[in-house]
Design a protein around this ligand. Sequence first.
Ligand SMILES: *Cc1c(COP(=O)(O)O)cnc(C)c1O
Length: 429
Amino acid sequence: MALSLPIYLDYHATTPVDARVLAAMEPYFTEKFGNAASTSHRFGWVAEEAVSAAREKIAQLIGASPSEIVLTSGATEANNLAILGVAEANALTPPERAWLAGGGEIWPQWEGHDRAELLARGDHFITVATEHKAVLDCFEHLRRRGLAVTVLPVREDGLVDLAALEAAIRPETVLISVMAANNEIGVLQPLAEIGAIAKRRGVLLHSDAVQAAGKIPLDVQGLGLDLMSLSAHKLYGPKGVGALWVRRRSPRVALAPRALGGGHERGLRSGTLDVPGIVGFGAAAELARAELDAEAARTRALRDRLHAGVLAAVPEVILNGHPTERLPGNLQLSFLHVSGEALMNALRDLAVSSGSACTSALREPSHVIRALGVGDERAHSSIRFGVGRFTTEEEIDHAIAEVADKVKKLRDISPLWERAQSAAPKWKA
Ligand SMILES: *Cc1c(COP(=O)(O)O)cnc(C)c1O
């Protein structure tokens, strides 16, 4: 079969909808078009049953209970609901604290809580420098409202330093948010260890698990999490659908809604449910769970083939992020003395990204690579390869040849490369 170009190697940005997922969704656009909130007739019941079944499959993927799943428009919304919702329900801003401490009345938003309990609320939050912008921007929003936010640095391999995390926790810390797997460098954070620390210190733990879900096993109980964000379109489901898992028992997480009206999703997220999208999310979650081990092995083998092939063909290439604690389909490489953006544009046969897809329009080195502290050269020369369900060996071999060819061409015309070669031909070692 002829290779179809360009080759898609950007599975962290989004994934195609699996044909089996699309087939499951299709009836819910047309003959089964009911509103899942219509309780008075069969059209509504059919839609509600489909949503229930999907909710169950989504919950199963992460070892959760279906009643703990809040369906959203994606992980950006889930992250906003988790972080801003926990803050609103569990923290006090400085003006609120001053008001209550000065004997001000208990406002309606605090109904059912007494002054001492309210004044005991915290005001401090912890996250990590390499989080997705949908997490970082929420914490920046809290900071602007007067709450205290610690953004932890990462080690050079991209992992959180557990001692630094523990040291950052204060008596008034409300929430820690650490992603399961990074969307650029693919590193897997030590969530179980972080969960144990959070439990011991009585702090809530949220994880943006968008990149990890369906790629590595996830179990919210074993990991000691309280909230987890998911997105359908990163696991072969449709765009515009996601979920927030919210622990309901030991402890029950208090959360304030961000979208009001109608009281859908137990009052935590109002709005008519996207039934076909949710059915697709459920089907995608079920497939991901059933095929997780086989798919991880296959994508890991292809990723390793790509890595080995590029290293064999191209000198002065550095892997960004931890060498083994990473997603099976992720490869993030710096091609020294070449601009990552120029290389990305030269790689006509490949759909890859330099830096984060969301911020690459800004032409700034990605905040993730910069957070590794590896210097601007590595940050500016990095390319992210994402291998996924539909990647073939033939595509990987073509990608290796294409990368070797284009890096050589760019270096041949690069004064930086020439200078580096005359200075120290260290790559020949
Ligand atoms: C894609 C992504 C998001 C955003 O998810 P959407 O469903 O597209 O809003 C959040 N976090 C991570 C880690 C992602 O990769």
